[in-house]
Design a protein around this ligand. Structure first.
Ligand code: FPP
Length: 246
């Protein structure tokens, strides 16, 4: 398949990058080895997505549940994110990529927080691709924080409870202003969302692919986009043929 043959390219693709540990294990290597190769897959997929005009790419880099991992692995993952931003920020900026970070920032140390803020600030006015990094992110936590913010507005008399609509909730999520993902890909053969974009995925197409994340490259990404192009999305309405026949 060539790029020209890809039709119906999704506006927003979100990815659960899974399988780094198993990939390393199969090679008799420590999990950190898998995560390091995972960063290379990140670079490849960011470029591939830009190449075909995917406007938003969201990557699940660290979940609010990943704190349950051993401290050394947590430090590895934090170190890799820092490494990625330090190494790639200038290139992403010159490629007109806008970086946004979603997730709870409160429990992050100042070094990582400052780096994330620098990445957002540097690329704020870029209007090419938007790269959304989900870091210390969990959907239930995000929804709870949105509920708290709504409750405070009601308490302060600025909002009537009848104004708590789906749009009002969406506007208080970390993803406010970002369209819902059209396609969510999870690598490594696992078939669940694991607290990722639960609100935003109401009408997303889900795709579970067998490759471990470090093996997910340009070719696998384009194959997923091609499969997406063949899906029929109805958003609760009838399929065109059924509607025409009624
Ligand atoms: C899942 O593999 C992957 C992660 C928990 C982290 C993903 C992080 C990266 C690819 C690197 C940093 C990110 C960026 C954006 C630069 P796993 O460890 O759960 O694998 P397993 O299920 O095989 O154990």
């Amino acid at each position: 398949m060539t790029i020209a043959e890809l039709s119906n390219v999704p506006e927003h693709v979100a990815i659960i990058m899974d399988g780094n540990g198993r990939w390393a294990n199969e090679r008799g290597q420590p999990r950190s080895f898998g995560h390091r190769h995972g960063v290379e897959a990140v670079r490849t997929v960011v470029r591939a997505a830009a190449e075909i005009g995917v406007k938003y790419l969201t990557l699940f880099a660290f979940s609010s549940e990943n704190w349950r991992r051993p401290e050394t692995e947590i430090q590895d993952l934090f170190g890799l994110l820092k490494f990625f931003i330090r190494r790639d920020l200038a290139e992403l900026h010159s490629a007109n990529v806008c970086i946004k970070v979603i997730g709870d920032r409160h429990s992050l140390t100042s070094d990582i927080l400052n780096l994330l803020l620098e990445a957002e600030e540097t690329t704020r006015n870029n209007d090419g691709q938007t790269l959304v990094i989900a870091f210390n992110y969990g959907s239930r936590d995000e929804l709870a924080r949105a509920a708290q913010s709504l409750a405070l507005e009601v308490q302060a008399g600025r909002l009537d409870p009848s104004q708590i609509t789906p749009d009002a909730i969406a506007a208080r999520l970390d993803t406010a202003g970002i369209p819902d993902p059209d396609l969510i890909i999870r690598t490594s053969g696992e078939e669940r969302l694991s607290n990722f974009l639960l609100w935003q995925s109401a009408y997303s197409e889900l795709m579970f692919v067998p490759e471990y994340w470090p093996d997910f490259g340009r070719e696998q990404f384009f194959a997923a986009i091609e499969r997406f192009g063949a899906r029929s999305r109805r958003f609760g309405a009838l399929a065109p043929t059924a509607a025409a026949g009624s």
